[in-house]
Design a binder for this molecule. Sequence first.
Ligand SMILES: [Fe+2]
Length: 310
Amino acid sequence: MLKLKSLHHLCVEVPDLDTNTKFATDFGLLETARKDNRVYFRTYGADAYSYVAEPGAKTRLKSVAFLAESRAVLDDAVQQFGATPVRPLDGPGGGFAVSLTDPDGNIIDIVYGIEEREADPMLPAPQINTPDNVQRFNTRHVRPDDGPARPLRLGHIGLFVGNYARSEAWYAKTLGLIASDRMYAGVPNNYVGGFYRLDRGEEYVDHHVVGFFGMGAPGIHHFSFEVQGIEQQMVAHRHLQKANYQPVWGVGRHPLGSHVFDMWKDPNGLRFETFSDTDKYNAERAVFDQDVQKSEMDVWSNDSVERYFS
Ligand SMILES: [Fe+2]
């Protein structure tokens, strides 16, 4: 398996680049470069860029990039898994990449050596008063600024997969992904959804870096950026609502992964999400399987799971 550090960025094609880039900006991403027809967006974190959009005939995922642990991982990808030869990247920060193809034809890039930027400072953490822990004395809650969220990094993607078992096997063998939670339909092992994390040994990582959904045509379901906290998501939700964008679901809390999420559709149909407060697992945590009939999408809502996929 390839030693990976994190998810790095994704590239999409959209029929209407102008509405996509306007949405990405209102969502909180920051345009950092334009090259040919490609628009690069960064977050407030250290990655040189996290989201790349370019015009195409239809809305689709063009590629997803994972950051390798070392330069040698790119050679491993070529020699052990048949990746394309190492090539230089021409986006901000340079670097190198190789490309793999997953069982559904998604291009999975392994990248290394992209120069990082200096991350913007985090906002001061809100002081929260609870009955057993008062933090604010003779002062009031500092109201967050109205406006977009401040995404910090690309954290995970959700993919519709054509053959669940085939995808699970490929991502485990090639990228070393570990199952955190899976859902089965009818009988155990008939998985229809699941969440997979990076194998970083003892290091604690997000509950998932990739989610699989075993229904619908293969392709991207959503992609998600970490933000600092729940209140920022609530304020950003209000900002997107005011701009009349299409909400999908949120602000809610997923039972699997425990993260607070807020998902919106851009005018091209791409689902953008923010998340905060996710569970962190290391490689020791055992997988938990459950019947999909018993699964819920949101701890705070009675809405049916279907809406998440609409
Ligand atoms: Fe998500």
